[in-house]
Design a protein. Structure first.
Length: 227
């Protein structure tokens, strides 16, 4: 039988985010949050937020959308939207996943329309703009004029908060020893934390064992070894 999860006191600041949840703000978000807080005084028509999968780009973009009264669109859907975006009088527009094979001509024309209408654009991407493979020179030249705000590598406070929540959500009891072990042995990424906790849960159920440092060590070995 599973024991009630340990309780941690998490002192991370938070902001209202997607789905009414709280988004923990840590040092790795400092650059991005500074840019968002500076809107509408951006020095360029658009900003690109860059971060790996599960780093919080969508949460941050939705926080900005809520604060700015902005619509949110997927880059892949822009061709179908035609010239309806940005909406007349819109102060801002969020366009997500500009690195995922988007319609480049549609992005190029959207950028020009937004600039003429003084509508700020917030783009999200998994990789920096210079690394995105683009075929349309005009769109590439526009994109490379945009300032970039990167989500940094998660620090100990953020990773601790994420791990504690992931274990808590699965009703798994862990202590400081287990969290400390993961902080020093696993990949420093939110997606990695989700995968490790899910596999530890599966292994604990299959073996009828508690989640201990020994079980977590076996779990990481199953992923190809500890870092």
């Amino acid at each position: 039988m599973r024991e009630p999860p340990s309780q941690y006191v998490l002192d991370l600041p938070h902001r209202p985010a997607l789905g009414g949840q709280d988004f923990w703000v840590s040092d790795c978000h400092a650059e991005v949050m500074a840019w968002l807080d500076a809107w509408p005084g951006w020095p360029a028509p658009a900003l690109v937020i860059v971060g790996p999968p599960r780093a919080g780009k969508t949460h941050i973009a939705r926080m900005f959308a809520r604060a700015a009264g902005a619509a949110v669109a997927a880059a892949a859907d822009l061709a179908a939207a035609g010239e309806r975006l940005p909406a007349p009088g819109a102060r801002a527009l969020v366009v997500e996943d500009i690195d995922r094979d988007p319609p480049e001509e549609a992005l190029f024309h959207l950028f020009n329309r937004a600039r003429e209408a003084a509508t700020s654009l917030l783009f999200t991407s998994r990789i920096p703009p210079p690394a995105i493979p683009l075929a349309l020179p005009d769109w590439r030249s526009r994109l490379l004029t945009c300032p970039v705000a990167e989500i940094g590598r998660p620090d100990d406070r953020l990773m601790t908060a994420v791990l504690v929540k992931l274990f808590h959500d699965r009703q798994l009891s862990v202590g400081e020893a287990e969290i400390s072990f993961l902080l020093t042995h696993m990949e420093r990424a939110i997606a990695a934390a989700e995968a490790v906790v899910a596999e530890a849960d599966r292994r604990a159920l299959a073996l009828k064992r508690r989640v201990t440092v020994a079980l977590l060590r076996e779990t990481l070995e199953g992923f190809g070894g500890e870092n």
